[in-house]
Structure formats: structure tokens, C-alpha cells
Design a protein around this ligand. Sequence first.
Ligand code: ATP
Length: 296
Amino acid sequence: MKKVVFIANPVSGNGKAKKAAELSASILKDNAFEVSIKFTEYAGHATTLVQQLSSKADIIVAVGGDGTVNEVATGLVGSKTVLGIIPNGSGNGLARHLKIPMSTKKAAECLIHGKLQPLDAPTINDKFFFCTAGVGFDAHISHVFAKMEGRGLKNYIKAILKEYGSYASQDYTISLDDSSSVNQKAFVLTVGNAAQYGNEAVIAPNARIGDGTLELTALPQPNLIRGAIWGIRLFMKNIDKDSSVNTFRGKEIKINNTAQSVDGHRDGEPDTWEYPLLFQVKQENQITVIANSTLV
Ligand SMILES: Nc1ncnc2c1ncn2[C@@H]1O[C@H](COP(=O)(O)OP(=O)(O)OP(=O)(O)O)[C@@H](O)[C@H]1O
């Protein structure tokens, strides 16, 4: 009998994780899986729980958003235990990339009938990310959003509209693998392991989760019209086709700036890093995830 542990973040998705964990656990139990549920008690707890439990489980399922998925997946690096996801956040970028349904019942069925896929575990200055990470306006928004009361898409859009006019592009130098560096003035620099931020907003359309490379998308300072076009292109999944946008690809991406440190984001959660920034994929860190399709 396969052993499945659900790790649910009770604060994700405005508190709906308990119900989602219980419903999905009961569906797996009815299909002859041995199930248990653990709830996180603080930020970072999911990684500790996974490190304690992974040797006793076949599958560990993150019930939450990308922040919870990040913590569970981080704990799985170096183990053979498979990652499952019951999406319960506001963006659910990695779950959407994996075509996992947003309905809890269907996502639970996907845990039973889905396909195993290799998932790279890239790092930014030695901290893992699985979906996207980067610096610039989106990272700034993740820091502003973290200080707001309440979460959800509505608050996220509120933060974007409030900060848009006052945020200025920065000068960066970018080097890929062993190549020489290029100078890039950018409003947003996002590194994709998976393609999207969440909510089907695709910032790195050619990112593939198990191909051992990262895709960097650089957006210059936009005017209002350009910003609106990018908004449409994110959802049309073709931001890379815009003539103002530069994309880069590598196993190792270095980003530097004259500042000492920078506010970044890892899988949508705010983080602060020292320059130079090193985004890196290593084959030995790859884990396995349950997807709804092989086209990831
Ligand atoms: N018990 C807890 N109390 C407070 N914070 C927690 C707890 N468990 C986990 N967290 C933190 O909650 C944060 C948000 O979690 P998560 O990203 O899963 O949900 P979300 O913000 O609703 O979804 P999304 O990232 O898709 O917007 C994570 O950074 C995680 O570390």
C-alpha cells in the first residue's frame, strides 16, 4: 500500500487548506492509499516536516500555494519520495504549469492517475526555487504584498497599480554559463524554471521544468501602452515575441549590480539577496513530481 503524507498550510488560500487536505486524503484512502495529514505551524515548517517524514512516505503532497510547494519540494531534494500538489494558493504557478486541475477533487484524482515528471531544483544564491525567481518590479511587489493585510489576486493587483508609477528600472550585468557579460537595464528580470508566475501569467514561455536549464526574461522600463501590451502577452503566453523583451537561457545565470543587496522573490515569496546573484541548476538536485500531462 502506497504511503501518502499531505502537508497543508492552514493560512494558504485564505484558510481553505484544511478542507482541501481532508477531501483529497479521503479520495486517496478510498483508492487504497495509506494517508496522513500534517498541518504547518509556521513559515518554514513544511521543509522540516518533509525532512522528518520523507523516508517513510512514497508521496508527500503540498496542500497550499507556491510558497508551500517550495518548502515541501526543498525538503525532498536528495530523496526519492515523489512530490504531489493540491493547489490551494492564489497563484498556483507550478501546479498550473503541471496542468494540475484547480478543483481539489480533480487534483486528488491527478495524484492517483497523473504522470511522474522530473523537476529541476534550481537555486538562487543556494536557496531553492521551483517556479520563478527574480529581481525588479515583480520582486518589489512581492515585498509590498507581504506587508499588506490579506492576500488574493485583488490585493496583488492593488499593489501593482499603486507601485507602478514610482518604480524605476535598474542597471544589471548578466552572464550566462561561461560567456562574457552583457549590460541590461531592466524593469523586471525573472528566471523561470517553470513558465508562469501563477494565474496563467506566463513570463518564461519556453521554460521546461526538467530540462536542466533556466530561462531569463528581461523587461525594460515600460510606458503605459507597452505595460498593457505585456499584460496581454503574459496571458497569451507570448511575452518572448515582443520586440522590447530579451530572453536568455543557461544552466548558470549570474546577475550583478553596483548595490550590495537586493529585494528579490523566490516562487512569489519575498526574499533578500547579496550581489552577485547566482541562479544555478544542478542535475543531482532533481526531484520527481506528479503532473497531469507529459507536456511540461
Ligand atoms: N502555519 C503557518 N502560519 C503562518 N505562515 C505559514 C504557515 N505555514 C506556512 N506559512 C507560510 O505561508 C506563506 C504563503 O503560503 P503559500 O504561498 O502556500 O500560500 P498563498 O500565499 O495563499 O498562495 P500563493 O503563493 O499561490 O499566492 C509561505 O511563505 C509559508 O512559509
